[in-house]
Design a protein around this ligand. Structure first.
Ligand code: NAD
Ligand code: IPM
Ligand code: MN
Length: 365
């Protein structure tokens, strides 16, 4: 029987609630496929800071080092609570970025897919949605402003100042460009390159390398779009996009906009892939405004499980089954409250009922 070690990092806020549903599905997948998942829970995030004194404790690093894949819930606190933690120990800087750096997870896949039957929850008009929304944002995840040099202090005029650099070298751009072209080649062979080369020198280099790498992919058409215009097109004509590639910060912002045009960030799973290790997490945060109420949408977390089955564990067919099971729940008219709208007939269910129904639908396949 094959066996995989999966690190389980619940995180903060709604993290434990949506992770419980992901684990439910993982356990069912194990049973159905006669494989063994050794689930290894470990503290991570603000909860780890309060219980262990560090948001990414040594014991968690060891668990992650040994794991075949890492499943991570969202981390973070609301603005007021976060300020009670020293800046460098806050879970974003103290845990999440170090996790990305440790495993060099440079390729972040963020699918933006509007499931059939959910079109009326999107804020976009049916004529704008057209045939549907189904594209993938490929976000560079370990470079740019997030990981560039930073300094802050008092300048010669006695004023407080800060300086953060957007840094990339050609190898970092080349490897994400290859991932993007490979992905485009497997889909509709159109790659939207998102940049800001009218202002940023980093984008000038980025585009140069996209051009060079593109020479090896003559069958892929590259469409260059400035990031500000891309934000508009996401609202006005999302159907034109299939694969989009961009640097770290642009990807952070446009992927949340992706959740926005679907109608909820709860529909946003993701995969973060490095050369030797990958971790899987929802694109959204810990949703402190709804934590503890049992109403969070676990689709993003269960979708992250599906991406892990496909991309780390070689269980492509079972990954499709999981996606299919989630679509079936929507097709039956059930949704969590984030997807409810006044006057729209939906059967609203809790986080754990959604997980139960996905399990039920998966069992039928
Ligand atoms: P958020 O993504 O947590 O929430 C934004 C809105 O989306 C809220 O109204 C929330 O209720 C809703 N939402 C998000 N996920 C949902 C789900 N699964 N089901 C239903 N509704 C959902 O963003 P925020 O409030 O700006 O950030 C909260 C915390 O999360 C911050 O500390 C931030 O740093 C952190 N964060 C962490 C990650 C991560 O772990 N990868 C990602 C983004 C934000
Ligand atoms: C995300 C989050 C993170 C990011 C934060 C929490 C550091 O917003 O994964 O999109 O900005 O990358
Ligand atoms: Mn984000």
């Amino acid at each position: 029987m094959s066996s995989y070690k999966i690190a389980i990092l619940d995180g903060d806020g709604i993290g434990p609630e949506i992770m419980a549903e992901a684990v439910k599905i993982l356990e069912l997948v194990a049973e159905r496929n006669k494989i063994n998942f050794e689930l290894c829970p470990a503290p991570f995030g603000a909860s780890a800071y309060f219980s262990q004194g560090h948001p990414f404790p040594e014991e968690t690093k060891i668990v992650c080092d040994k794991a075949d894949a890492i499943l991570k819930g969202p981390i973070g606190l609301n603005h007021e609570e976060s300020r009670k933690i020293p800046v460098d120990m806050q879970p974003e800087r103290g845990a999440l970025l170090p996790l990305r750096r440790r495993y060099n997870t440079f390729a972040n896949f963020r699918p933006v897919f509007l499931p059939k039957g959910l079109a009326h929850f999107s804020p976009l008009k049916p004529e704008v949605i057209g045939k549907g929304i189904d594209f993938i944002i490929i976000r560079e995840l370990v470079g740019g402003l997030y990981f560039g040099k930073k300094e802050a202090g008092i300048n010669e005029d006695g004023k407080r100042y800060v300086n953060e650099s957007l840094e990339y070298n050609e190898d970092q751009i080349k490897r994400i460009a290859k991932v993007a072209f490979d992905t485009a080649q497997k889909r509709t062979k159109v790659l939207h390159n998102i940049h800001k080369s009218n202002v940023l020198k980093s984008s000038v280099l980025w585009n140069e390398i996209i051009g060079e790498v593109g020479e090896n992919y003559p069958d892929v058409e590259v469409v260059h779009i400035l990031v500000d215009a891309a934000a508009t097109y996401l609202c006005l004509n999302p159907g034109q996009f299939d694969v989009m590639v961009m640097e770290n910060m642009f990807g952070d912002i446009l992927s949340d906009q992706g959740g926005g045009i679907l109608g909820s960030l709860g529909l946003m799973p993701s995969a973060c892939i490095g050369p030797n290790k990958a971790y899987y997490e929802p694109s959204h945060g810990s949703a402190p405004d709804i934590a503890g109420q049992g109403i969070a949408n676990p689709y993003s977390m269960i979708g992250s499980v599906a991406m892990m089955l496909e991309m780390s564990l070689g269980l492509e067919d079972e990954a499709k089954n999981v996606w299919h099971a989630m679509q079936s729940v929507f097709a039956l008219g059930f949704t969590t409250p984030d997807l409810s709208q006044p006057g729209v007939d939906a059967k609203m269910i809790s986080t754990d009922s959604f997980g139960d129904m996905v399990a039920q639908e998966l069992s039928k396949q």
